[in-house]
Design a protein around this ligand. Structure first.
Ligand code: ZN
Ligand code: ZN
Length: 603
């Protein structure tokens, strides 16, 4: 299979375009405010920014002018020229730029780069010039502004930012911009942003009553509302069905355990910062679990195992707690409590390839079900320099397991890219990134090989020759956590879930009170058939009832008036706008049951 190295963003042409656009923007801003002070302007995901200390607040009109001026500068075909300078020369060049002088000091002393970020080596001091603008900078940049398409650059907004991110420092004005190679890419990006705003899982989660947060419960600890509870049940049902077919065994483990377990697993003391603090009882410290692995290892080790018993696949929708910093919490995407589609598979080396591919196959089946068309599987490898620090110090086993994963992926014809120095502590992994229909990227799940934990827990089985051997362990969570998955699905479907996943599948809408009884009869019949259905018996008019069902994105509305009642029929309005008047209730019942049973994409 075509395997390639994934290009680092820092090495890409887009990075140079964005970095250069930041310089061009700074030039345009300084022309507008000759007394303005410049600070730093790095490329970021999807664009760039520059922080300024200016005599007044920027207005939207200012941004338009700056953007227009940037286009002129770009069209001037100016070369970007690098020069290495001494600290004294740099100080002369930036004599009236106090923020730059501070940065030069950091560079001169060593330990900081030109953005003020900590650095291991002492950097050389260099500047980049283009047109009339000079910046303290390491690059890289485009050779010439003619390599930037003036119609693929846009300024987005202004935000406040403290100098060096420290609230004790002065508040600066940060202008965000975006830049692409082609105007069409810019257009697509702006469209995606607009769609993403409409599909924001926090907004939809509130409107569709999926989840909420409560001050008193605590940040990062979602409360799942009844509609969210239904989605969770459906996802778990799906996972259990798939895992049962694949030979998994379900286990249950406690949420807290003694600290010894996490020292044994090696999570303590290294992982301490990401864990909730210990609670002490009867002189023993207990932790809430940040992951399920150690408990599953204990279950594997709870009795003697023979090669005939393997693979052993232990699955659990385990609830874990991790301490994420308050500033890093984000809706359902970064939370402190999470319910994970977890499993650990213990295999012999001979069984590894088949089992690993079976896991990959499970991922692909889920992608197909959810209509996830774009995904990348990335094989994350160790680095030699990280051995004994970031990675378990056993180069032989690293190379061996990495090779096993590579061979499995190649033999299974699974496309993947390789990324060095991205592995887990205890082994190589496949990171799976997926894209929602509007093209936003999510890192959803990993499939990891572990040769270190089985050794730490002294796991073994008796092989064919009657000798003890250590199994390998595969950690996997294709459906990620409920939190992340439902956050993703909210955006992916814009809340228009397929019938099987919709919290409310059918709403019955009587036109007048005269049909209320008939509506309730329909509800009883469909509920009996396993459909999630409600009747809207409110005093509202029909159109208002229809609107409120539409707002909740209910897939099917059944409108019933006198005619429908007499004929035991319904008039069907589907979420996609299609309509079918006067169909027998039994016909509709077969349709909805079929969609649920097949977990169909179509309505
Ligand atoms: Zn630069
Ligand atoms: Zn695990």
């Amino acid at each position: 299979m075509a395997e390639q190295k994934q290009e680092r963003y820092e090495d890409s042409f887009l990075y140079k375009i964005r970095h250069s656009s930041a310089h061009i923007m700074a030039q345009a801003v300084l022309e507008m405010f000759p007394e303005g002070k410049i600070t730093i302007g790095p490329p970021v995901e999807n664009g760039f920014y520059y922080d300024f200390d200016l005599p007044r607040s920027l207005t939207p009109e200012d941004l338009e002018k700056v953007e227009a001026r940037m286009r002129e500068i770009i069209k001037g075909k100016h070369a970007f020229i690098k020069e290495v300078v001494s600290a004294d020369e740099a100080r002369r060049i930036f004599a009236d730029q106090p923020y730059k002088l501070e940065l030069i000091e950091g560079l001169e002393k060593g330990g900081f780069d030109e953005y003020g970020n900590p650095l291991n080596v002492k950097p050389e001091i260099s500047i980049y010039k283009d047109d009339t603008f000079v910046d303290l900078c390491r690059g890289p940049h485009v050779d010439n502004t003619s390599q930037i398409n003036p119609n693929a650059v846009k300024l987005m907004n202004v935000a406040g930012a403290y100098w060096r991110g420290d609230e004790k420092n002065k508040m600066l004005q940060r202008i965000y911009g975006t830049a692409w190679e082609k105007p069409q890419e810019l257009k697509d990006y702006l469209h995606q942003l607009e769609e993403a705003k409409k599909r924001d899982h926090r907004k939809l989660g509130r409107e569709l009553e999926i989840f909420t947060f409560d001050e008193e419960v605590g940040p990062g600890l979602p409360l799942w509302l009844p509609n969210g509870g239904i989605m969770i049940e459906e996802l778990e049902k799906l996972a259990k069905e798939m895992e049962e077919k694949a030979g998994y065994l379900r286990v249950r483990t406690p949420i807290v355990s003694k600290e010894d377990l996490f020292y044994h697993s090696g999570h303590l003391p290294y992982y301490l910062e990401s864990m909730y603090p210990a609670m002490e009882i009867e002189g023993v410290k207990y932790y809430v679990k940040p992951m399920n692995c150690p408990m599953h290892h204990k279950i594997f080790g709870s009795k003697g195992r023979s090669y005939r018993d393997l693979p052993i696949r232990l699955a659990e929708y385990g609830t874990c707690y991790r301490y994420e910093k308050s500033g890093e919490l984000f809706g359902l995407m970064r939370v402190r409590s999470m319910q994970m589609n977890d499993a650990h598979i213990y295999v012999t080396e001979d069984q590894f390839e088949k089992e690993f591919l079976a896991v990959v196959d499970l991922y692909l089946k889920y992608f197909e079900l959810f209509g996830i068309e774009k995904y990348v599987m990335r094989l994350s490898l160790h680095s030699k320099a990280g051995l004994g620090k970031k990675y378990v110090d056993n180069e032989r086993l690293w190379l061996k397991t990495e090779d096993m994963v590579r061979r499995a992926m190649d033999n299974g014809n699974i496309p993947y890219v390789e990324a060095e120095d991205e592995a887990a502590f205890y082994g190589p992994k496949i990171d799976v990134q997926i894209w929602s229909v509007i093209g936003r990227e999510f890192s959803l799940a990993t499939n990891q090989v572990d040769f270190a934990q089985p050794a730490r827990f002294d796991l073994k089985f008796t092989n064919k020759d009657g000798n003890e051997e250590m199994p390998l362990c595969i950690h996997r969570a294709p459906l990620s956590t409920h939190e992340r998955m439902i956050g993703f699905l909210l955006e992916h479907y814009a809340g228009n879930f397929p019938v099987w996943l919709s919290p409310e599948q059918v709403r019955v809408i009587p036109i007048t009170d005269g049909q209320n009884e008939y509506a309730e009869k329909i509800v009883a019949q469909l509920r009996e058939a396993g459909v999630r259905v409600h009747a809207d018996l409110s005093a509202q008019r029909m159109n208002a009832k229809i609107r409120s069902a539409q707002l909740m994105k209910v897939p099917y509305m059944l409108v019933v008036g006198d005619n429908e009642m007499k004929a035991e029929q319904v008039s069907l309005r589907v979420r996609d706008g299609s309509q079918q008047n006067n169909i027998p209730l039994s016909e509709f019942e077969s349709r909805v049951k079929d969609r649920i049973a097949r977990r169909a994409k179509e309505l």
